[in-house]
Ligand binder design. Structure first.
Ligand code: UGA
Length: 445
């Protein structure tokens, strides 16, 4: 099938590439000329495992094209995806200007029946706005083309996006016409071979499904962070508690890891946007507000542990100390630092007069872009280089390569021999046996 995709961010680029991979003929459109030029030359603007070779192969085969020419893409697409950003407004609502701008562009150029598919995460009711925007532009040209607007939310995880896209656990299709469902079923047939993964529903339910999924996962995390904070105070170890509850299939093992708080471009934004939608419709979302508040507090928790440790000492506390920081990305296998807990921890350390020596396997360039050059920030080439001349270690992202360090070497390097483990990567007994003081999340033994 001929597919056009507006937006070459995570969602658009991964979706377009996977659709090309299974044989569709895909044109990706972006307004950013330099991004499009780069993609044509095989330069991928994001780090996503497996994506680069797939983009290059499909581009070389001619099934995946990149352009800034919206009219050409609209003429090409039997199915037209909207996969542009929906950043939060000042009040936490999703900002729809990019989605609606694409809708108007589609309306200005559409010359035959098509199915418009919204993949961006948008508040309930947005499909209706997209439909109106397209219809208005068509009417302004005296046209009356038939078109459908479908909600088809994406469930890609950064770092696993290609795998999630190639092997989806479900394909949600929210449509108001049988024709649109038939078209999307044809489009997704290659992903559906072993079993039917399509869940058909009405448009508004599909829009809400996306928020419900992310809000549920964020709720699990905030819940575990809350229990971790209780564990810390009552002298229990959250890691043992986690093992004790995860085996109940009704609870499950996923998303019950306490830590430095959830970040990224989805959970913080989506929980706030859903809370906002609820309030706008007259419902006070007490649970969602609490999920958000717990997370905001949790992002400051590592620093609290650091401060508590140093305030016990005779000297000036954290001021003048040097902290090695392992992990800057909001989670492993990505270079994305949007809403990353590391940003809060660094800001708090700097505010308290400390210096940091940072290392992240992928996010160093992004960190340089965000923080620039500053005297209290040293970019290091390796995890162990960051320990050199440092007083303490703070682990913020659970990259695999941080999991089994040489604790004896770490002990020698760290002036104050203390580790703050924001992801509970280490066994407290093992690390303490090496002569290091240990602080984890929710480990009050
Ligand atoms: C999330 C969802 O997992 C995807 O299903 C969804 O499609 C995506 O948002 C989206 O809406 O686009 P993502 O933001 O890439 O994906 O990352 P996650 O793996 O969900 O992690 C989010 C945050 O939660 C990270 O900061 C992670 O460290 C944290 N987390 C996750 C925990 O603190 N504990 C856990 O147990 C799991």
């Amino acid at each position: 099938m001929r597919v056009a995709i507006f937006g070459t961010g995570y969602v658009g680029l991964v979706t377009g590439t996977c659709l090309a991979e299974v044989g569709h003929d895909v044109v990706c459109v972006d307004i950013d000329q330099s991004k499009v030029d780069g993609l044509q030359r095989g330069i991928i603007p994001i780090y996503e495992p497996g994506l680069e070779p797939m983009v290059k192969a499909n581009h070389a085969s001619g099934r995946l094209a990149f352009t800034t020419d919206a009219a050409q893409a609209i003429a090409h697409g039997e199915v037209i995806f909207i996969a542009v950003g929906t950043p939060p407004d000042e009040d936490g609502s999703a900002d729809l200007q990019y989605v609606l701008a694409v809708a108007r562009t589609i309306g200005r150029h559409l010359a035959r029946p098509t199915v418009v598919v919204n993949k961006s995460t948008v508040p309930v009711g947005t499909a209706d706005k997209v439909r109106t925007a397209i219809a208005e532009e068509l009417a302004a040209r005296g046209q009356e083309n038939a078109f459908d607007v479908v909600s088809n939310p994406e469930f890609l995880k950064e770092g696993d996006a290609v795998a999630d896209c190639m092997r989806p656990d479900r394909i949600v299709i929210g449509a108001s016409s049988a024709h649109a469902v038939t078209v999307l079923r044809r489009l997704y047939a290659p992903f559906n071979r072993n079993r039917d993964r399509v869940v058909e529903m009405d448009v508004r339910s599909a829009e809400l499904t996306k928020y419900a999924a992310n809000a549920m996962l964020a709720t699990k995390i905030s819940f575990m962070n809350e229990i971790a904070n209780i564990a810390e105070r009552v002298g229990a170890d959250i890691e043992q508690v986690r093992q004790g509850i995860g085996s109940d299939p009704r609870i499950g093992w996923h998303f019950i890891y306490p830590g430095a708080g959830y970040g990224g471009s989805c959970f913080p934004k989506d929980v706030q946007a859903l809370a906002r939608t609820a309030a706008q419709h007259g419902h006070q979302p007490q649970l969602l507000n609490a999920v958000e508040a717990v997370n905001a507090a949790q992002k400051g928790h590592l620093f609290e542990l650091i401060q508590r440790h140093y305030d016990r000492g005779e000297d000036e506390g954290v001021r003048g100390k040097t902290f090695a920081v392992w992990g800057l990305a909001f989670k492993p296998n990505t270079d994305d630092m949007r809403e990353a807990p590391s940003r809060r921890v660094l800001a708090q350390l700097w505010e308290a007069g400390a210096k940091v020596q940072v290392f992240d396997p992928e996010a160093m360039a992004e960190a340089r872009r965000i923080f620039g050059e500053r005297e209290d920030l040293v970019f290091c080439d390796s995890a162990f280089a960051a320990l050199h001349d440092a007083d303490a270690l703070v682990v913020i992202t659970e990259w695999k390569q941080f999991r089994s360090p040489d604790f004896a070497r770490m002990r020698e390097a760290l002036g104050d021999a203390v580790v703050f483990d924001g992801r509970n990567l280490y066994d407290p007994a093992e690390i303490e046996a090496a002569g290091l003081a240990y602080y984890g999340i929710g480990r009050g033994r």
